[in-house]
Design a protein around this ligand. Structure first.
Ligand SMILES: Nc1ncnc2c1ncn2[C@@H]1O[C@H](COP(=O)(O)OP(=O)(O)O)[C@@H](O)[C@H]1O
Ligand SMILES: [Mg+2]
Length: 244
């Protein structure tokens, strides 16, 4: 379980997040939704310390961090080992084949043997019907394929929590569907995911819980059904504007 308590992040001219209290259960999918600029990315990036909140507590499983205090490298490393981030823009190593993209982290960071890393990577590719892409370079892939490889690269590090920041928003609808299929499979396998998304029908189908971030505050946190059937004016207004 990931938990944040009283988490705040202020920029000089902007309160990005104010007193956020949330729980992201293990083995479940949480969708973070909300208007542009509301603080969704800041929240997600705070969960693995890519963004540093000013105050608050971050709990990941047994680890408890007081974010107002300086953090040690070992604390940051422990958080990074438990989490993997997938970004909106494809961020593959362009000079490496798909297989090498998947083995780079396990070999360099986790000190796995080349054989072990390759065999796990091939297993992942097989599992997601992407074996034929193993020896291609990123430029030889479609945007959707690149983003699916980016997700597998995150999974290759065996993170307990997969964090995704609008992983499909740079893709055409058709390519988006390919990526969403992979995420649905992961959700079925009860991979622990926190995913920022603009795709409300995806959120409704896949998420176990929804967190609605509105102007740096939590506007809703709870069961997916409760969000999509809410009678609250602000939520209805947001969903109406998303017109899905
Ligand atoms: N480095 C920064 N400096 C100042 N303001 C920032 C910075 N990063 C983000 N913000 C502001 O914080 C707010 C939340 O940003 P963000 O978390 O990226 O929102 P979202 O992902 O929901 O679109 C926005 O108003 C944004 O302009
Ligand atoms: Mg964002």
């Amino acid at each position: 379980m990931i938990q944040v308590k009283n988490l705040s992040k202020h920029y000089p001219d902007k309160v990005a997040l104010e007193d956020i209290n949330l729980t992201f259960p293990a083995d479940h999918t949480t969708a973070i939704v909300g208007p542009s600029g509301s603080g969704k990315s800041t929240l997600l990036r705070s969960l693995n310390l890519l963004d540093r909140p000013d105050t608050g507590t971050l709990l990941i499983d047994q680890l408890i961090l007081d974010l107002a205090k300086p953090l040690t490298n070992s604390q940051i490393l422990q958080i990074r080992q438990k989490t993997a981030m997938v970004f909106q823009e494809k961020a593959l190593f362009t000079h490496l084949t798909v297989l090498k993209n998947l083995t780079e982290g396990p070999i360099k960071v986790q000190k796995k043997s080349k054989e072990e890393a390759e065999s796990s990577a091939k297993e992942l590719l097989k599992q997601f019907n992407m074996t034929e892409l193993a020896n291609r370079y990123p430029y030889q892939l479609s945007g959707g394929q690149q983003q699916r490889v980016a997700i597998l690269r995150a999974l290759a590090m065996s993170p307990k929590y997969l964090l995704l920041d609008e992983p499909t928003s740079a893709l055409d609808p058709e390519l988006e569907a390919q990526v969403l299929r992979v995420l649905k499979e992961l959700a079925k396998k009860e991979v622990s995911m926190v995913i920022v998304t603009h795709n409300m029908s995806f959120a409704e189908q896949v998420a176990d819980q929804v967190v609605f971030i509105d102007d740096g505050h939590v506007g809703y946190a709870g069961p997916t059904d409760g969000f999509f059937h809410s009678n609250e004016k602000r939520i209805k207004q947001f969903l109406g504007a998303m017109s899905f």
